[in-house]
Design a protein around this ligand. Structure first.
Ligand code: ADQ
Length: 500
């Protein structure tokens, strides 16, 4: 389907020639929740440590090349915004750290972003907490970022705002006179209108996002939900197939563009002799014939508890796998001040204890569980050491672990068992073994199937998966988004479009 909702390719083809004529490579200003770098002391001087994550690896070279600025928040009682230049390979770039006090973090980040929007957008309606003071704080913090952004973004810049922490920012920036083109990308799902409707501030959130010229989602369904919500709750003039929303005289384009990963980095790590040696060591230490791996942030959306129940059922229904199969779950702690996350940890701990107590003995522990955050090399060693990667979120915008596992399997073996409710399942359709993560018996059977899968089928599936992951890598994603942003607002007027 050559519509904006299905792909940005058509938009990109259409726009590229005129973009080349326009000023090339505008200065890029990125706004995200997480800082790309954290200061740390090295030999008595301040050095910088890069934070991990796909977004930072993808955007950092671009921000450097385009003399850009990265704006993010950092914890701090002081009100002072810290501007630093981050040196490194290539040009340095500016980083603006907007400090938030612990009360602000509690209400804005833990309260509204992660207590209301995160569960709502993942369709966990029972977990939503809608509190007025959290909302007010969310608005105030978005306003603070808007003040910083307009100082930074002249007409020649291109602004790229990331994620649900900044839904109000595009419009607030416009209200403060920002006329630079703005792209916004939502890294999590966008729920169906009947779920989004529960949000008491639904109109303000939609109107906030519509300050952007381009609004991107991982999947067509999320983009459709957003456009439908704009029509239903704002009465906006929308084109579902064309992927446009016109509201209060300004037009926003809506696209589906799935994020990718830095494939080359994962491939080269997976060929690194030290990493390969480490994977053999892990394998030997586990001493199992087959290894199943789960890697996640410890989050209720990731479906870790249901996955553990599937492991339990696998050993129950297929006793032949007892003492031969080991499940390794690495679940790094996240947002641990929020009660839902503490409960999730407790539930997971209990299940691991119960399953290990039920089946394990002196020589075999069915589940190896840790809360470690792994360095990239170690993570890749785990991806290489397993036979099956189990990625079963109950709902997930995309899920990078699924992509990383495939990128690392350069030998074209191994099986990915993937939830149908992860955005990645659209990309990996026909390559992964797809499961409903709410159906424990179905997951147990898929696990059995993955353990006994003939090598030829593994190869066929993995080859297909790797082709897709390679084609849709993170650079492809960046190009898709940036080439679809109308470069200058003036250009919209030239094209006869209305601008607010
Ligand atoms: P997340 O919810 O954080 O991202 P995911 O896409 O799986 O989820 O990314 C997690 C990242 O953290 C991966 O790169 C993974 O390797 C890493 N990671 C996880 N556990 C780790 C551990 N124990 N040690 C080291 N690294 C670990 C949000 C959305 C997703 C979307 C991404 C990107 O929720 O749906 O895919 O943004 O858009």
């Amino acid at each position: 389907m050559s519509t904006h909702l299905s792909t940005t390719a058509a938009a990109a083809r259409h726009l590229r020639p005129s973009l080349r004529e326009a000023t090339d490579e505008p200065r890029l200003i990125v706004v995200s929740n997480r800082e790309p770098y954290r200061p740390r002391m090295e030999d008595g001087a301040t050095g910088w440590k890069r934070t991990t994550g796909g977004l930072v690896s993808a955007l950092e070279p671009l921000v450097r090349r385009r003399n850009g600025t990265w704006i993010a928040w950092s914890p701090g009682a002081e009100r002072r915004i810290v501007r630093s230049r981050v040196p490194g390979d290539g040009a340095s770039f500016a980083m603006l750290q907007v400090p938030l006090s612990s009360d602000e973090v509690e209400r804005y980040y833990e309260g509204f972003a992660n207590g209301a929007l995160w569960p709502l957008f993942h369709s966990f309606v029972d977990r939503c907490r809608f509190e007025c003071d959290h909302w007010e704080e969310y608005r105030r913090i978005n306003e603070r970022f808007a003040d910083v952004l307009v100082e930074e973004a002249d007409d020649e810049a291109l602004v790229w705002i990331h994620d649900y922490h900044f839904c109000l920012l595009p419009r607030l920036a416009r209200e403060r006179g920002c006329s630079a083109p703005i792209a916004y990308f939502c890294h999590i799902p966008f729920p169906a209108p009947e779920i989004f409707q529960l949000l008491p501030w639904r109109r303000a959130v939609l109107a906030g996002l519509l300050g952007a010229d381009l609004i991107g989602f991982h999947c067509i369904s999320y983009a459709r939900h957003f456009v439908a919500s704009c029509r239903q709750f704002l009465g906006a003039d929308v084109s579902l197939d064309g992927g446009t929303v016109v509201f209060e005289g300004r037009r926003s384009r809506v696209v589906a563009a799935p994020i990718g990963i830095e494939v080359q980095e994962f491939e080269s790590l997976s060929r690194d002799p030290a990493v390969v040696a480490r994977s053999l060591e892990i394998r030997e230490r586990l001493g199992a014939e087959k290894v199943i791996l789960g890697v996640d942030r410890l989050d209720y959306t990731k479906g870790i508890a249901a996955r553990l129940q599937a492991i339990d059922e696998l050993f129950e229904r297929h006793p032949e796998h007892r003492r031969r199969v080991t499940f390794v779950q690495v679940a790094v702690r996240s947002r641990s001040r929020i009660p839902e996350y503490q409960e999730t940890k407790q539930r997971v701990d209990e299940l691991v204890g119960r399953i290990n107590g039920g089946y394990g003995d002196a020589e075999w522990q069915p589940i190896r569980y840790s809360n470690d955050g792994l360095e990239r090399e170690e993570l890749v060693a785990y991806y290489l050491a397993c036979d099956v990667c189990l990625v079963t979120p109950l709902r997930d915008g995309m899920n990078l672990v699924a992509l990383e596992f495939c990128a690392c399997r350069t030998q074209e073996d191994g099986v990915l068992v993937l939830s149908e409710f992860a955005g990645a399942s659209e990309l990996l359709d026909g390559a992964a073994l797809t499961v409903n993560p709410y159906a424990v018996h179905e997951m147990a059977e898929a696990l059995h199937q993955s353990i006994v899968m003939p090598h030829a089928e593994q190869e066929r599936r993995m080859r297909r998966a790797r082709r897709r992951v390679t084609k849709h890598d993170v650079h492809h994603w960046v190009e898709e988004i940036l080439s679809a942003v109308p470069r200058r607002r003036r250009r919209l007027v030239e094209q006869g479009m209305s601008v607010g």
